[in-house]
Design a protein. Structure first.
Length: 282
């Protein structure tokens, strides 16, 4: 283990060797973090029941929203404290494998960092717990689009496929925008293996921490004008959306639309987001 992976007791975000990863126990003991349940009148400890929270979401409603609008929002998936810890983790460079300054690549303005392996436990658990219900939606979509349904029920199996194809660099990331920053419309493709849905959690409070900076999706329809969707989010809310395409029911059957996402210009303050992409990068 390198010095770069020393645990940081207290935030539960950086002791991957001491805590469970994908499929691990939901209640865990992290130094300085608390392993017991909440006492009367106290909020639940950060990250407790995280996998269960994901499993307990109304996945039928999420699927219906994705089918109808191309995105679904889940209010309050993470607590204010969890959001704060994640946003603060942006400063811990040892947690990340690389940092991208968007302006240098023409991606926009602002920056993001990809988490390094092993992923911090809450990130690994979110990825592992969100994947199975999303895989069911992805397989249904692929069937509707006449593509071979190809996504196994568990994330470990899917990620093993990515790794076998040389896509082994983790893709979950934290993004940071400051006044004037924005993210151009794009698709998060990182190689041959693509899981077609992804999630983002807003970690900052709109109106308090920042203004502007709306999450935007566009849908490019064949031989028709494009459609934009601005997704209002509060701190801790998750948005689920397609990576690059999705099926739409038309009068003459199902057609495929091309999706892109981005963030409009921040007018003031700073905004942090957690991005969960389910395929790894080559
Ligand atoms: Fe993205």
């Amino acid at each position: 283990m390198s010095a770069g992976h020393l645990p940081h007791p207290g935030d539960g975000l950086s002791a991957p060797q001491a805590v469970a990863g994908i499929g691990g126990a939901d209640r865990e003991s992290v130094p300085g973090f608390g392993s017991g349940g909440p006492r009367d009148g106290e909020p639940a400890p950060a990250w407790s029941g995280l996998s269960g929270r994901c499993a307990a979401l109304d996945w039928a409603a999420i699927a219906a929203e994705l089918d109808d609008f191309g995105c679904a929002t889940v209010p309050g998936l993470l607590s204010a404290e969890e959001c704060q810890r994640l946003a603060a983790a942006y400063a811990k460079s040892e947690l990340f494998r690389s940092r991208v300054v968007m302006e240098r690549h023409g991606f926009g303005k602002g920056e993001y960092q990809y988490f390094a392996h092993p992923l911090p436990s809450p990130i690994a658990r979110l990825r592992g717990a969100l994947y199975p219900p999303l895989a069911a939606i992805a397989n249904r979509w692929y069937e509707a689009m006449g593509l071979e349904p190809r996504f196994p029920p568990g994330h470990a199996e899917f990620i093993a496929r990515c790794h076998a194809a040389g896509q082994s660099r983790p893709t979950p990331l934290l993004l940071r925008y400051r006044a004037g920053d924005y993210n151009c419309l794009h698709q998060d493709l990182y190689g041959e293996h693509v899981f077609p849905l992804q999630a983002a959690v807003l970690l900052s409070a709109p109106g308090e921490d920042y203004t502007g900076g709306e999450f935007v999706l566009t849908e490019q329809r064949p031989r028709m004008q494009s459609r934009a969707e601005v997704v209002p989010l509060g701190r801790g809310d998750m948005v689920v959306f397609p990576v690059f395409h999705r099926p739409v029911n038309g009068a003459r059957g199902v057609y495929r639309v091309n999706m892109r996402h981005g963030v409009s210009r921040l007018r003031s303050g700073s905004r942090h987001t957690l991005g969960i992409i389910f395929h790894d990068a080559s």
